[in-house]
Design a protein around this ligand. Sequence first.
Ligand code: FES
Ligand SMILES: [Fe+2]
Length: 407
Amino acid sequence: MLTQEENEVLTRVGPGTPMGELFRRYWLPIAFSADLHDEPLARRILCEDLVVYRTKDGKVGVIDERCAHRRTSMTLGLSEEGGIRCGYHGWRYDLEGRCIEQPAEKKLHEGLQLKAYPAEELGGMIFVYMGPKPAPLLPRYDLFTMDHAFRDIGVAIMEFNWLQAMENSVDPIHAEWLHGRLQDEVRAREGKSTLGHYHHRTHVKVGFDLFKYGIVKRRVLEGGSEDEDGWKVGHPLIFPNMLKMGGGTGFSQFQIRVPIDDTRTYNIFYTAYTPPNGERPESAEVPVYEVPLKDARGKWLLDFIDGQDIAAWAEQGKITDRTKEQLGASDMGIVMLRRTYKEQLDAVKDGKDPLAVVRDADENRFIEIPIEKTPPFADKRRFIMGLLETQAVRYSPLNDRMKALFS
Ligand code: FES
Ligand SMILES: [Fe+2]
């Protein structure tokens, strides 16, 4: 249970809030390369309205949504070398947001500056850094940078606070219920096969440890032991807002939760596939697809894993009232995550870099995040075929091809 004040501190992400300041120490995905061409894109992130654009010379920029002149939207902007020009009266801004041309003015109004943030492109995504300078390095995590992988990006917009999603990433027990029992019942109701092998083993032990980039989750399932990867290596929550799952199956995924504001969150499913036959993608472009959450009647889609997760998180409320919850011993991961966020809030207050901020170029050549090689719940082939069938990736344009390559 938290006090109202503690709940506010942990959930609010606007400028000047403690958690908002913590999020502003990290690079966050704000758009996808496949969507960003000449036309600028409106994006709201951490309660700030911004525009993402690509310059004529191929750079990416992020600028305040509204022009300094008479406040029209920079989504009407024109791509320029090294910046963007407002489409209304042609005022021109460089990548740092300085207004460097005002065509109809005899004399330039000096020193006009729009808010602008550094942006970088990696692995098919555009990342923004909204915090104090100097900016840290954009972490080159394995899935963003590994060679020869097929990749795709699924996106769901979730109408609730980001912390509900992150707490789920330190909550292994839910898998056997939400993705086991409930999934089976829902699929049976809908006349679908029950995938009886899947997520049915009970957790006999869970454990959590801090590591350099976040929190490792460990588990022993019924009939298993601490000698197995699920305990020895585990799988990680990467600070502050990512989950890594998949492991040694040729299917690895980051789920990245980016707060739009206090009550809306992007869930980004960033998947890398390395099929067993060594086949490689023909193009470097990373396709983006939408992950639907509700059917035509407005009912949650509960026949796939991520639909179940997101429905459960949404039904906790726009911002879960944690003054009314009753945590149990099995919620030790949640307690640790909240404590870790609080410790990192303190680090930021003391002027230090929080966990998983990277400033060392050597370290940043390729950051491998350890993960169990033996998949939980089923053998490799059944595990991955189950994922391709019942995970967000089932909506990917690559799904049929991946099913064929992994079958
Ligand atoms: S409103 Fe942008 S140039 Fe006038
Ligand atoms: Fe889940």
